[in-house]
Design a protein around this ligand. Structure first.
Ligand code: FAD
Length: 378
């Protein structure tokens, strides 16, 4: 019997396999990953420093134990180079493998903004355990960190680094933190609490070049100012890994295009997680992966299933000023209205029929996300 092959040992790959095994203990499964295959929680990467955690302590279950628990074969440190979908075969650094069904759980790559200067290559990003280990090494002896990007991941790292005692500068061409996810009034709530922790905000400008100094780097910004820093961390966004799928002739847009059964144009190939574009949406968060993993497990087990996402709020782990939000599509007509304010804000996005379609909860209101999510159902 040919196996199901899953490429990728992140949350998407392992969630799917765990859910599938609940339904089907026997079908052979091979998990191929170019990393260690160890199971860890990626969201921890942006709040582990202040807790003093190193990369090894973030591993929740080593690959070997995952393989035993899930009754699967894990090929770690093996890279898939090509998918020959008409032969249902994969070329990998560990040999050729045949599959019955193939699941692409390939994740996404950090976007790299081209910079000028003799140290442009020294920009770091943290998107997996190995990156985190390298980041911690780089931080040894450093006092200051500049972060490119004031979105969700940039703000979380800013909070974590400042709480760990680093002087942090966040540089973003936008007007305020988390600008792509929430209205100005709510985004600006983050300014003071993080500034009090040691974060300097630089909005409306961007890093143009990075040059080495005797110690650390000089960042020249678009507004002509120079920031001196020991480390530069880029958090400007992620790009779904689509190359393998594209080269195999699958449909690729922003992500690997799949339908509401998570199936590509090839009925034997599926995609899940940060690499996937599901019915036009790329959803690089934990909750969509959990829902998608459960649905795909049923589909691979032969059940007639259609993926329907519920409202899935996102928690921003800025402990100095917690935030929970349910983002709305950019082109949705309507307006943000303040529903309550105190040592935080409760805002709802109301469509033209006055129906609540999204929310932002900050500070004291952040814990109300379940209540707000229920309101969306009414
Ligand atoms: C710092 C940070 C904090 C976050 N915090 C939150 C949060 O608080 N809440 C939230 O909802 N979401 C958060 N996210 C997003 C969430 O963690 C991701 O959506 C999720 O972990 C993605 O899982 P994945 O399995 O799709 O991808 P990944 O975890 O990136 O896994 C991809 C896998 O594919 C493998 N792979 C890729 N190409 C190949 C190849 N050619 N051959 C073999 N193997 C290959 C890789 O080795 C890897 O194992 C955060 C993300 C980051 C980076």
């Amino acid at each position: 019997m040919k196996p199901i092959i899953v490429i990728g040992s992140g949350l998407a790959g392992y969630t799917l396999i765990r859910e599938f095994r609940k339904l089907n203990p026997d079908t052979p499964i091979i998990l191929i990953s170019r990393d260690s295959g160890d199971y860890y929680s990626k969201p921890m990467l942006s709040n582990a420093l202040a807790q003093g955690k190193d990369a090894a302590s973030l591993v929740q279950t080593p690959a070997l134990i995952m393989a035993q628990q899930l009754n699967i074969k894990v090929l770690a440190h093996a890279e898939v180079h090509a998918i020959h979908r008409f032969d249902k075969k994969l070329d990998t650094s560990a040999g050729v493998f045949e599959y019955d069904k193939l699941v692409l759980a390939l994740g996404a790559d950090p976007i790299r903004i081209p910079l000028q200067g003799n140290a442009a290559g020294a920009v770091l990003s943290v998107n997996n355990l190995a990156d985190y280990a390298g980041f911690r090494d780089a931080l040894a002896g450093a006092k200051s960190v500049s972060i490119m990007g004031g979105g969700l991941i940039g703000c979380e790292f800013a909070n974590d680094l400042a709480a760990a005692g680093f002087a942090v500068t966040v540089i973003d061409p936008g007007p305020f933190p988390l600008a792509s996810l929430m209205p100005e009034l709510a985004g600006k709530q983050l300014l003071k609490p993080l500034a009090e922790l040691g974060v300097t905000w630089r909005f409306g400008t961007a890093v143009q070049s990075m040059d080495s100094l005797t110690s650390g780097y000089a960042l020249t910004l678009a507004d002509g100012t120079v920031v001196q820093t020991d480390i530069v961390l880029s958090a400007v966004g992620l790009r779904p890994r689509t190359q393998l799928a594209g080269e195999a002739g699958l449909d690729v847009n922003r992500g690997i295009v799949v339908n509401d059964r998570l199936c590509s144009i090839d009925k034997n190939i599926f995609a899940l997680g940060d690499c996937a574009e599901i019915e036009g949406r790329v959803l690089p968060y934990v909750l969509p992966i959990m829902h998608g993993g459960r649905a795909l497990a049923r589909i691979l087990n032969g059940e007639e299933t259609q993926l329907v996402f519920p409202a899935m709020p996102v928690v921003v782990k800025t402990t100095a000023h917690p935030i929970a939000l349910l983002p709305v599509a950019r082109d949705l007509p309507g307006e943000w209205l303040t529903m309550a304010s105190g040592s935080g804000l409760k805002m709802g996005f109301f469509d033209t029929q006055n129906k609540i379609r999204g929310f932002v909860l900050t500070g004291e209101y952040a814990s109300e996300r379940n209540t707000m999510t229920k309101m969306l159902g009414t």
